[in-house]
Structure formats: C-alpha cells, structure tokens
Ligand binder design. Sequence first.
Ligand code: ADP
Ligand code: MG
Length: 260
Amino acid sequence: MTALLRTEGISKAFGGVQALSECSIEVEAGTITGLIGPNGSGKTTLFNVITGYERPDEGEVYFADRKITRLAPQRVFADGIGRTFQLTRIFPRLTVMENMLIAAQHTGTASRGRRFGNPLARAGGPADRHRAMELLRFTGIDGHAHALAGTLSYGQRKLLELAYVLVADPTIVLLDEPAGGINPSLIHVISDRIAELNAAGKTFLIVEHNMEFVMGLCHHVAVLDYGTVVAAGPPQIIRDDPRVLDAYLGIAEEDDEPVG
Ligand code: ADP
Ligand code: MG
C-alpha cells in the first residue's frame, strides 16, 4: 500500500541551521500519524515544506502519488491538504462566524457575490452559514458564533482553528500542536473530535508535545531529532524506543518553558 502523503529525503537549511536533513515520512490514508521531537527538531519546518510555505533545498513531497513539491500554498490547500498553525491565525476583530465565512471564501465554496471587493461579502450565502454553524456545533463553540474571535479563550481558538480548517473538507489535516497550552478538559474535546473525524475517514498528521494525547490518539508515530526521522512505528513501540528517550532527554530541562 502506498502512503497518502510522503516526504522523500527533504533537506532544508536556514543560514547555518540545518532544520531538516534527508527527512522521509509516510502517512497512510485513514490513519492518525503523530510527529514528535524536541523543540527545534524541524517539525514545523516539515509542515511548511509539505504545505508550500517553505521550499526544500532537496527532496520531494508526494500526495496521492502526485509530486507536489514547491507548489504554492493555495494549490496544496486546493489539492486537499489542510493545516493549522502553531500560533493561531484567526482574525480577532471579526466574529467567530465571520472567521468561518472567510474560510469558506478561501476554499472557493463561497456561494455568492464573488465579484465584490469585501471578502465577507463574497462568502456568507445560506449554504456557507449552515455549514459553518454545523462545524461550530461539532467543535462545541457554536454558542460563541457571534462573539468576536478575540474574546475566545486560547483553547476555544484552537477549536475554532479546527472548525476553520474543516470548512474546506480536506483529505488530510495537518495540526501543529493542537493541544499546546490548553486546559485538559478542552484537550479531551479536541482529541475526541479528531478521533470521530478519523473514524469517518479523515487522515491526520499531528505535531504534539503532549505524550498522553499522542499515544492515545495516533496509530503511527514518527520521531524527529535534528531534522531526521530517528524512529517510526506504532505508539507502544515508540514509547519504549531508547532513541526516543535519547531525543527527549535533551528537552527534559526545557519542559517548564512555553512550547516553542
Ligand atoms: P520545531 O517545530 O520542531 O520546534 P522548527 O521547524 O520550528 O522546529 O525549527 C527547526 C529549526 O529551524 C530551529 O533551529 C529553528 O530555529 C530553525 N528555523 C525554523 N524556521 C526558520 C526560519 N524561518 N528562519 C531561520 N531559522 C528557522
Ligand atoms: Mg514547531
């Protein structure tokens, strides 16, 4: 079986920093795959390379057996790869619903008014609103639909981000630290929603530091250290792999710092 998403030998340097070094990962269709590793090991850079935000120095990205290396972010997104960002990208002065309608506009599902200048005027047909509300209900923040997004708690913003990325109904969703910095009750909401979506067929690639979250949710885990995959396999095996312990021993002292 070939993977839905595959990177082959990706290398990427920023000046003297080798962020990724011949990094190869595979995400099988229908799985939740975890990507773990210490701060600075290249996880976000790999997401950026996959989604077209960074160009690799070497290597290729394949999605559904098509080479997508160096496509522009909008093209990658249109092909069916959705993502969230480690630092949430939400418009705080727009309402939660307006944020969702912006997402609809970006996906090209916006149903009317496409020729007018105001992006909000271009989305917001009844079908878009209905779908947006459905997703807000699914993530449990429908009660805040008309609140300004800036008034949401950090965890609620993460739920809005999840709802936002689902508007486009991507084939695979890349989540960068979905549980980072949020309270335990919301972590459970997020992990339950991901499991439900996965049961309905959606594929996930998730970067996350919370080991309980990763080990409980993922079918397969890849471990990055210094930009290279040092271990990959089922979570039970990964947890006990000495190379993983090695990679993580280095961050034990950094644990009380905010996740970077
Ligand atoms: P992670 O997400 O695993 O914490 P990153 O992919 O963010 O790691 O970073 C990997 C390395 O690349 C780090 O040393 C980081 O400082 C560096 N890096 C990432 N993005 C840039 C950039 N745009 N410019 C310079 N250095 C970067
Ligand atoms: Mg990161």
